[in-house]
Structures are given as structure tokens and as C-alpha cells.
Design a protein around this ligand. Structure first.
Ligand code: ADP
Length: 515
């Protein structure tokens, strides 16, 4: 039976003609197994909801428990496998991802909606991350340091955390799972992963690559299903020592509470309300291109989306006019069509939320709707979730559209009179993920870099475009102090062990003897 109640909240809600879609399975203990539940989540194309991609198990808590048991059984074997050997398997997974990149890209566009070019970037990020994590297998550096006593040696090594639960969102359906999975594996952990309801296929593809590469049974386990059941059980499972979550701030908080109950490690990556500051000396055309890419790439459904454009009043008119002109030129449509610039949004809930914010911007906040603002429903848009790229001008920093995360193709232009005021506006939100400045003045650029309280900063580029070898994450409401990607992610997925070797042949008491 196709799950009806929960599916209402997701893109599977649309009435469709039944097609012969594949029934997918969970991956537990090295086997593709059916869920204990007989309910399914239909995975549909957000550009045309008549297109059923497949049915994925709406799994139960018992499925999670089975996956955790498999991860527990595999743990000793995997943690005792030398890291360079683990890395060789990951390297093979990277090669498989590379080999099948085109297919994974098409699958992703079909289930998530982003245009092919961007879906290819998402798969490439998973490839980059996999190779990068594989490289760490021959590093995973610890350190030595002088001990305070003679004839004594001190060092530190990384050890795996244990069993890890990974909960991932739909907007980067292969990249984000890989950001968590690959470092977890190279560190010697075993894993239960739950992809978002709307995009299980891309994670399924990632896990298939791991299976083919030779990741041993039980080391990686995939359980699909709803957040409220599968996600909640993962968050609360007593044997999962670590939960790594990316998603909304509200859900992240629930996950964190669950982890706090049992003192589990919890790494959270959540929302953003990212600002680009455009100064009067900026290359305005370049800034407009950056703003268009940052605001409307992935239909604005990025935690790093450039949703606030803080523009010096000397170039405000010129910038706004050019931005609106460019936004109007963007072609909205099915991401599988190479002439399309902006794909659909993920599901009906997203349409409703984004349209509600557009209404708030226009009718409650009193901003000027400079372009866009409409849902597209006719002709080629009739069966998908399409919204016009939308620009609000005359926005003030306190407006809801300038404060709250919309997660759609909507951006706000906020005039400012000085750099310091712009920085204050940029910092004046609950999130702290990414920020950017366009200026030709190196002093201003570095001043803004230093004064914006975010985890990521760009100079003469938009707020999006992270690379896998630099740490990724944010301050304030965006995260809880961890960083993914870079070598910093290893600090999430490994625990430090400090080791003291006393070769003096006698009792030496730290802090007491030799003082
Ligand atoms: P969005 O609103 O963008 O879908 P969510 O934060 O709800 O973002 O979803 C991110 C991930 O968290 C998804 O995999 C989702 O299924 C999962 N999730 C949702 N609710 C819960 C929950 N109560 N506990 C754990 N995971 C959840």
C-alpha cells in the first residue's frame, strides 16, 4: 500500500496515473531487504508528478533496529581494518561514482528537480568528497608533543566514534550523504543512513556504489522512510554514539534533544539567511551574475542561498535594475531540459511556503515586488512545482522576508549607506552560514571578512560554491560548532585518545615531581 497520510506532506501527494515503478529495498547487513512495513513512499518527479520514479520503503523502527544491529556486528571488523585499506575501498567507490556520473546526474534531476548542470555538480561533489576521504586513509594524522617529564613520550591518535546515524536532506541528495558517509567510513565507523523522503534514489545510488566497491556487509546500512519514524528512531537509538544531521533548524533541535538524553555526539548543519554586500566600487555586472547564481541556483533551495543583497545606495538603482532584467530572462522549467536555468521546487509544501512568503513580502512587509512572484501552473508547468524567480526591492532588514529562511527562488535587495551598516545588517539574523562582499577595495574586503559572523565568506563571489577540502558550517542558528568537509570533519567522526609512555623505569608524577 502506498502510504497516504504522511505522503500528503510530500511531493507524492499528486494524483497520478499508476505506472510500473520499481519497488526499492533497504540495505541492511549487506543485503537488500524489504521493510517490515508494507507501506511505501512514492518518489515522483517534481517537474512532472505523473512521473513515478520508484517506491521506497516507509520503514519502521524495527528496520532501524535491524540496521543498527548489523552496524554493531560489522564494527569490530571495520575499525580493525587498517585505514589505508578502508581508503582503498572508498577510492574504488569514487571510481564507480565517476563511471556512472551521467546516470546519477539524470536520476537526481528527475527526483530532485535541479537542472542537469547542477545535478552533475552535486554528483561531482560526492566524487570529490569520496576521493578526499580516501586520501585521508593514509593520513588521519594524530600528533606527538613533548611530555613535561624526562624519559616520557606523549602522543595523540584518532579512534573511531562507533556506530553513527546519518540523517540527510533532499537539496543535495548525493553530496550531503557523501559528506557524512565517506569521512565516517574512513575513520572506521559503521553507519545507518536515512535519506530525505523526497530524494532516496540518489542516496541509494551512493550506497550501491559502496556495495560494488566492496564495503563489507553491515558497515553501511540504508533505511528509507519518514523523519518522524525512521529519523526519530535513529536520533534516539541507544547504540548510535553519534548523529550527524543536515536539515531544518526546527528538526535539528529535535534531533539535538534526542541526543542530549543519552549524551550522544550530535553534529548539526541547518539553516541560513546569507547576505551579499555590494559596495559602490563593485563591478556591478559581476555582482549581478553572482547574485543571480547565488539566489536562483537550485531554485534557491540551498542553505547557502544568497537571499539578501545589501547594496550601497550609490549603485542600488543600477544593480536592482540589472538584477531584475537578468531574473526575468531566466528560463524556468524541467531541469532535464538543457535550456532551462531554474528547475521546480521540491514539493507542494515548498510551493505553499514560498508563496506564503511572497505574499508576506508584498502585503505584510510592504516590500516592492520587482519581478516574479507567481506560481507557474499552465502548459508545461501544469504537473510540476514551478515558481518564478522573484526579486523584492526596497526591503528593510527587519522585514520577515529579510529575516526568515524562505528556501525558494526569492531574494531581497536591501539598500545601505555604508559598509559598517551593511555588515550590521548582514549579521542581524539568527543564522550565520555564509556571507559575501563585492568590492574592488582590499581593505574593505578584509574588514568585512573579519566582521561578519559566519562560517564561510566569499570575496567577489556569491554565498554559494563550497569546495570539499575546506570546512563547511556556520555560527549561531546554523550549527552547533562542528564543521563538515575539510580535515575538520574528522573531528566529528573520530575521538582523540591521548597516550603517555613513561620509559624512565620509575614513578613520575605529572604536576608534582620535578617542580
Ligand atoms: P525539510 O523541512 O527541508 O524537509 P527536515 O529537517 O524536515 O527538512 O528534513 C531533513 C531530514 O530530517 C530528512 O531526512 C527528514 O526525514 C528528517 N527528519 C524529519 N523529521 C525528523 C525527526 N523528527 N527526527 C529525525 N529526523 C527527522
Amino acid at each position: 500500500m502506498v502510504q497516504a497520510k504522511k505522503a500528503l506532506a510530500k511531493k507524492s501527494r499528486a494524483t497520478v496515473t499508476k505506472t510500473q515503478a520499481e519497488n526499492y529495498r533497504n540495505y541492511i547487513g549487506g543485503k537488500w531487504v524489504p521493510s517490515r512495513s508494507r507501506d511505501w513512499i512514492e518518489n515522483r518527479n517534481p517537474a512532472d508528478t505523473r512521473d513515478v520514479i520508484g517506491r521506497f520503503p516507509a520503514s519502521t523502527e524495527a528496520d532501524v533496529d535491524a540496521a543498527v544491529a548489523a552496524a554493531a556486528e560489522a564494527f569490530d571488523g571495520w575499525r580493525l581494518t587498517p585505514a589505508p585499506r578502508r581508503a582503498e575501498i572508498l577510492f574504488r567507490a569514487g571510481e564507480i561514482l565517476m563511471r556512472d556520473k551521467d546516470k546519477y546526474t539524470r536520476d537526481m534531476t528527475r527526483e530532485m528537480g535541479k537542472v542537469l548542470k547542477e545535478a552533475g555538480g552535486d554528483v561531482q561533489e560526492a566524487i570529490d568528497c569520496t576521493y578526499y576521504a580516501a586520501g585521508e586513509g593514509r593520513r588521519l594524522h594524530g600528533f606527538t608533543t613533548p611530555a613535561e617529564m624526562p624519559d616520557k613520550f606523549a602522543m595523540c591518535v584518532r579512534q573511531p566514534v562507533g556506530l553513527c546515524g546519518l540523517i540527510t536532506p533532499w537539496n543535495f541528495p548525493m553530496a550531503i550523504p557523501s559528506w557524512k558517509l565517506m569521512p565516517a567510513l574512513v575513520c572506521g565507523n559503521t553507519v545507518v543512513i536515512k535519506p530525505a523522503e523526497d530524494t532516496p534514489l540518489s542516496t541509494y545510488n551512493l550506497i550501491k556504489a559502496c556495495e560494488e566497491a566492496g564495503v563489507p556487509p553491515g558497515v553501511v546500512n540504508l533505511v528509507t522512510g519518514y523523519g518522524e519514524t525512521v529519523g526519530a528512531r535513529i536520533s534516539a537509538h541507544p547504540s548510535l554514539r553519534l548523529i550527524s544531521f543536515t536539515g531544518s533548524t526546527e528538526t535539528g533541535r529535535t534531533v539535538a534533544y534526542s541526543c542530549a538524553e543519552r549524551n550522544a555526539i550530535c553534529s548539526l548543519e541547518m539553516g541560513g539567511k546569507n547576505a551579499i554586500i555590494i559596495m559602490e566600487d563593485a563591478d556591478v555586472d559581476n555582482a549581478v551574475e553572482g547574485a543571480v547564481w547565488g539566489a536562483f541556483g537550485t531554485s534557491g533551495q540551498r542553505c547557502t542561498a544568497s537571499s539578501r543583497l545589501i547594496v550601497h545606495k550609490k549603485v542600488y538603482k543600477k544593480f536592482s535594475a540589472k538584477l531584475v532584467e537578468r531574473a526575468k530572462q531566466l528560463r524556468v522549467g524541467d531541469g532535464a531540459d538543457r535550456s532551462v536555468d531554474v528547475g521546480p521546487v521540491i514539493n507542494r509544501d515548498a510551493v505553499e511556503k514560498i508563496m506564503r512568503y511572497i505574499d508576506i513580502g508584498e502585503n505584510e512587509d510592504g516590500a516592492t515586488l520587482a519581478c516574479g512572484g507567481k506560481q507557474l501552473r499552465k502548459g508545461e508547468y501544469a504537473h510540476g512545482y514551478f515558481i518564478e524567480p522573484t526579486v523584492f526591492t526596497g526591503v528593510t532588514p527587519d522585514m520577515r522576508i529579510a529575516q526568515e529562511e524562505i528556501f525558494g527562488p526569492v531574494t531581497s535587495v536591501i539598500p545601505t549607506k555604508s559598509l559598517d551598516e551593511a555588515i550590521e545588517i548582514a549579521n542581524g539574523v539568527r543564522y550565520g552560514l555564509s556571507a559575501a562582499i563585492y568590492t574592488q577595495d582590499v581593505n574593505r574586503a578584509f574588514h568585512a571578512m573579519n566582521e561578519t559572523y559566519t562560517g564561510i565568506f566569499y570575496i567577489n563571489s556569491a554565498t554559494i560554491g563550497a569546495e570539499v577540502h575546506l570546512p563547511f558550517g556556520g555560527t549561531k542558528g546554523t550549527g552547533n560548532g562542528h564543521r563538515e568537509a575539510g580535515t575538520q570533519v574528522l573531528d566529528i567522526f573520530s575521538e582523540w585518545k591521548s597516550i603517555y609512555v613513561d620509559y624512565s623505569g620509575k614513578l613520575q608524577r605529572a604536576q608534582i615531581d620535578n617542580k
